[in-house]
Write a protein that binds this ligand. Sequence first.
Ligand code: ADP
Length: 408
Amino acid sequence: MKILVANLGSTSLKYRLFDCGNGQERLLTRGGFERVADYAQAIDSCLRQLLEGGWIQSEKDLAAVGFKPILARGITGCVPLDQKVLAAMEACNQIAPAHNPPYVNGVRLFAQRMPSTPLVGLFETAFYQWAPETAMRYAVPEAWYQQGVRRWGYHGASHKYIAERSAELMGREDVAQRARQLYVDDGKSPVRAPDFRVISCHLGGSSSITGILNGVGVGNSMGMSPQSGLPQNNRVGDFDSFALPFMMRATGLTLDEAERVLCRESGLKALSGGANDMRDIMVQAAKGDSRAQLAMGVLVHQARHWIGAYFLQLNGIDALVFTGGIAENSSEIRQEICRNLDQLGILLDPAVNAASHGQEVQIGSPASRVRIQVIPANEELVIAREVRRYLQKDHAAGAAQAPVQNRL
Ligand code: ADP
């Protein structure tokens, strides 16, 4: 069974093709397009590459196309992206303005191009279905909560892959098995003692940090919207809610203008004075640019803040994992995040860390009590598996099969 997993950006389309026979997912090929002006044409080109590469004989060979949508009103888990679900995503456009509109547009174009192929999405919020309520609530009136003003958590597919892979690497097959089955068995299948505790740091264009207990997400630094938590490339991250009315009154900004600033002109871009790609920021910082140095410093500080929060919540950790474009590739950012944590049992091997760029490698010193591990992101694998399960309808009741009434 061949499943195409498509990653939709506003101007990019990345894809991976999996063979999902025998309950195993095997990556066949991958590709993508940047600076896309005509999205329908990019979809065409993607399908043509699969045909010309001999990966599929005809488009009918694709059992489904899988997606990782962010947020929809009243829906999470792994569901077909039909008109009802797309409308529920559009209802959240204002919560995820950088994500939902291009996503809905991309899925509609896929639907036009491939009308008889199932289009199935695994929502990023699904990994946090079992997080404790105390970790997910804001202190707002009940009526606001009923409107969906609560923490949701994002990057679920990425952190779920880390939950599985870190357990595999550390010989906890019981936990890895539970993590792989998470949306089938509610994360309740038994694991042996002691607890397996992981902090997963996904640092990239979007960044978030998650605590994982025995394969299950216990919370995420992103809250109600993917603009929150750590500073993002051009989105604000956490800030005091009273700063918004203050700046609107002080400067006469309209709500739409203020939203645009928070969503497009903030984050690393604002701190650095214009650059939002960490590679550019690091080049400027190395030349002595103090704003670029500040942008790096704030990202590191915020990462340590969230690592500290989950370290306490989990009563210490077995593994600290780095994933995503920045954390996989930048030894400097990893070094700064791990600086001076030896009393917590977190001790890098500087030489191994410095030599590690983008591969799966353990970067802790032998004296480190905590395993420090780089794991390249592989959210597509998680999506391919859940889509295969959806097609084979082997979900248990409750978790990912039926849309969960998540009260948004
Ligand atoms: P997204 O969150 O958009 O999926 P990725 O996880 O692919 O993004 O991360 C993309 C980001 O990774 C880029 O914006 C860039 O800042 C960062 N990045 C890539 N390579 C490096 C590197 N060698 N050093 C520092 N940052 C890097």
